[in-house]
Design a protein around this ligand. Structure first.
Ligand code: PGA
Length: 259
């Protein structure tokens, strides 16, 4: 399986900052071997137009950048009276090919639930997006000893109704809530392997052996000190990086040390 690298820029960079960041990353991408890896960046909505330009997506006569453009969320309805929401069609027009749903901040700050995320997954598949579903237990769930139940529930509801033939549209990221962000503690190698096994086993239970082919990333305080060890874990198919990737040269370092 090709190795995946991705970053979510959350609510940090403005359109002009994304322009600079992606220009640098696109230069870096020239030195990378895209036969062996995939790379995606998920900027804020307001920077997508800029990103589309920089990455030369659907630009006549130009070869598009190999960097895939992602969106941080998407509405579960096609259109309508949903002030503040962004639809699949809007994202399509902006060159987005990957849509992330269920990031821990969406689940826990904005109270998005599994059923709602499932609707987004199904709609996104219909529109031909790669759908990146993020899952992960909170510290409280971990302390109660129900991490596995939480993950299994998030997968079973999140993927409800997703057909086997559409599994190739799915990506999963395991991001324990307690491991994310500046106060996060990265999960240990043993813990990551244990939970990634639970996730892959659940996918196999749902879909048979093809279930294990859904790429599964780890995210949550991936940094220069732990990237090599995490990358080497069983069932880790990619690194989903936040803070440590927000300088293009830092992200490059992570790619180089794990290639
Ligand atoms: P972090 O963010 O690497 O800064 O912990 C990860 C994420 O939220 O995806």
């Amino acid at each position: 399986m090709k190795k995946w690298y991705g970053t979510n820029l959350k609510m940090y960079k403005t359109p002009s900052e994304v322009h600079t960041y992606l220009s640098e990353l696109d230069e870096i991408a020239k030195e990378r071997d895209f036969q062996k890896m995939n790379l995606f960046v998920i900027p804020p909505y307001t920077a997508l137009q800029q990103a589309k330009e920089v990455l030369r997506i659907a630009k006549e006569g130009e070869t598009p950048s190999p960097i895939l453009l992602g969106a941080q969320n998407m509405a579960y309805e096609e259109e309508g009276q949903f002030t503040g929401e962004i639809s699949a069609r809007m994202l399509k027009e902006l060159g987005v090919s990957l849509v992330m749903v269920g990031h821990s901040e969406r689940r826990h700050v904005f109270n998005e639930g599994d059923q709602e995320l499932n609707k987004k997954v199904l709609l996104g598949i219909q529109h031909g997006f790669k759908m990146l579903l993020c899952i992960g237990e909170t510290k409280e769930e971990k302390d109660y000893g129900i991490s596995d139940e939480t993950l299994r529930k998030q997968i079973k509801i999140g993927l409800f109704g997703v057909k086997k033939e559409n599994l190739n549209m799915m990506l999963l990221a395991y991001e324990p809530v307690w491991a994310i962000g500046k106060d996060g503690v990265p999960a240990t190698k043993e813990y990551i392997e244990e939970k990634h096994k639970v996730i892959k086993d659940t996918l196999v239970e749902l879909y048979g052996k093809e279930g294990a082919d859904v790429p599964l990333f780890y995210g949550g305080s991936v940094n220069h000190g732990n990237a090599v060890e995490i990358d080497a874990c069983n069932n880790v198919d990619g690194l989903f990086v936040g803070r440590s990737a927000w300088k293009a040269s830092d992200f490059e370092k992570i790619m180089k040390m794990t290639e």
